[in-house]
Write a protein that binds this ligand. Structure first.
Ligand code: GAR
Length: 207
C-alpha cells in the first residue's frame, strides 16, 4: 500500500509526507530541475523525470506519466505542487485515488497566484485545501482545509509562508486517512469514518 508523489518544484509538501512516515514508493517530476528531486533522492526514494516538453501533446505526456506511475502500483497518487493541468483521461484513470493540495480555501481562488489574489480581494481568512481531483480544475470533493488569518501588513511572501506551514499539517493527515480507508465521498462531500467533521478543518491563529 504505497503512494506516488508528483512534483514540479521545491517539494516541501513531498518532504512533509516523508517526514510523516507515509509510504512513498516514488517521486515523479515533469521538470528535471525540480529541487524536490534531490531531497527525495537523498532519502533513498526512487525518483523519475518526464519532461513534458518532450511530448507533443498533453495526452501523450499524460499517458507516459500514467505508465510511469503504474510501475510502482500505488494505491494513491498525490499531487504536491505539480503544476500541470491533467487530461480528462488521466483524471478518469485515477478517479477516487488522486488528490491535490491547493493554496487557497476552495472554491475561492482556483488557479494560480492565489496569495496575491487573496490579498487584493481583501479576504480576512485564507488557507489551503486538500481535495480529490476531478475533471474540473481545483473543484473536487474537499477532504480537509486549513484557514489562517490575513494580517495587516501581510505581503505575498508572509501570507504564503503562513499557509504553507498548514499545508504541511493537513496533507499528511489527509493522505493517512485515505490509506486507512477512512474517506468516503457521498454526493461530492467527503466524510472521515470515526471522526467528527471538526477533524476536517484547522484554524491556525499564528503570526
Ligand atoms: C504549494 O503551495 C501547493 O499548494 C501549490 O504549489 C506549492 C508547492 O510547494 N500548488 C498549487 O498551486 C497547485 N495548483 P512545494 O513544492 O514546496 O510543495
Amino acid at each position: 500500500m504505497s503512494i506516488v508523489v508528483l512534483i514540479s518544484g521545491r517539494g516541501s509538501n513531498m518532504q512533509a509526507l516523508l517526514d510523516a512516515g507515509l509510504p512513498v514508493s516514488a517521486v515523479i517530476s515533469n521538470r528535471g530541475a525540480a529541487k524536490g528531486l534531490a531531497l527525495a533522492a537523498a532519502q533513498a526514494v526512487p525518483t523519475s523525470v518526464l519532461e513534458h516538453r518532450d511530448y507533443a501533446r498533453r495526452e501523450d505526456f499524460d499517458a507516459a506519466l500514467a505508465a510511469e506511475i503504474d510501475r510502482f502500483g500505488p494505491r494513491l497518487v498525490v499531487l504536491a505542487g505539480f503544476m500541470r493541468i491533467l487530461s480528462p483521461a488521466f483524471v478518469a484513470r485515477y478517479a477516487g485515488r488522486l488528490v491535490n493540495i491547493h493554496p487557497s480555501l476552495l472554491p475561492a481562488f482556483t488557479g494560480l497566484d492565489t496569495h496575491r489574489r487573496a490579498l487584493e480581494a481583501g479576504v480576512k481568512l485564507h488557507g489551503c485545501t486538500v481535495h480529490f481531483v476531478t475533471a474540473e480544475l481545483d473543484h473536487g470533493p474537499i477532504v480537509i482545509q486549513a484557514a489562517v488569518p490575513v494580517r495587516a501588513g501581510d505581503t505575498v511572501e508572509t501570507l504564503a509562508a503562513r499557509v504553507i506551514r498548514q499545508e504541511h499539517v493537513v496533507y499528511p493527515r489527509a493522505v493517512r486517512w485515505f490509506l486507512e480507508g477512512r474517506l468516503a465521498v457521498e454526493r461530492g462531500v467527503v466524510r472521515v469514518a470515526d471522526h467528527a467533521t471538526e477533524a476536517q478543518w484547522v484554524f491556525a491563529d499564528e503570526a
